[in-house]
Design a protein around this ligand. Sequence first.
Ligand code: CDT
Length: 347
Amino acid sequence: MSRKIKVAAAQVGAVDLGALKKDTVQRLIKLLHQAAEQKVQLVVYPECTLTTFFPRHFIQSQEELDKYFEHGEDITQSPDVKPLFDEAKAHDIDIVLGYAERTPDGMGYNTSVYFSGSTGKVLSKYRKVHLPGRVEPFEDPAATNQLEKRYFKPGNYGFQAFRAPGLVKDAVKKSTTTKADESTEGKGDPILGMLICNDRRWPEAWRVYTLQGAEILMFGYNTGGHMSHLWGGKSMAPEEAEKEALFHSRLVQQANSYMHACFSISAARCGLDDGKYHLIGGSSIVRSEGHVVAEAGTDGDELVAAEIDLAECRQGKERTFNYGKHRRVETYGLITGQTGVVEPELL
Ligand code: CDT
């Protein structure tokens, strides 16, 4: 049984520090209209899509910092962003949108929501777990900072997979009559999960989602092309560093898709913010066997679309990576019991 669905990554090019959210939202709507023309059902936007990637700046004024956040419980009612959700509903397209969230009790999170166009509701919210970078800025004033640990708390929702209705034909429902001994695995509405940027580099996150049967993982990213202070290591020419950053981004997406037998959709915020801060592009859609189906050809606003068949996940989920048959949990204790490395005693 095929379970086809047309999906897209909406890559977003440069967004400068002074850009107005409502103008950026118009760019997102333009990409949504292209998606509608191509009959796309699900569009993934980048991490912190609505502003420039502000964690690269050391912002000391709370009032200034708060301009980069969305406030309150319901992003769909945020005046600058509401038009995007209204358009998604009008076109019956599901969207994933990344933004900086300030909760009513003052906490900051790096957040994504999954909005269902057919129901007009947010079905799931995810808060980034793996926050890269530092709390304090670098002493070198020429360094590009990464201050996510200063501005955000680690996500407190965990990795909750969810189903989205209306995307595949003939999905088996709770109310569908099936024979008592017939498995419904891989037959219901698609099982989805969200990650945000740095999370994609951590296989633990993919594993927790796919232990819930996730068939598509969706994530946006802001990945610096040349962040020598953060990455350390040998100094590289900017072009070489950008190639390396893109290589690692593809590597983790393809390898994790294969190792977890799930599709993945990644959307970059990319290009040259403020004419000097380069973020890599490379938005892509990757199959459950690890192959790239579609990828961006530019470093600007671009819709990367493809039809995928979720039935392809069954190969990995039922054979090579059949968790129920092959995982040996009695040997994995260190994964959840320990964070840092503990080496064997010296000889
Ligand atoms: N936004 C974000 O998470 N960026 C990080 C940069 C980390 S630098 C080692 C990323 O993983 O792409």
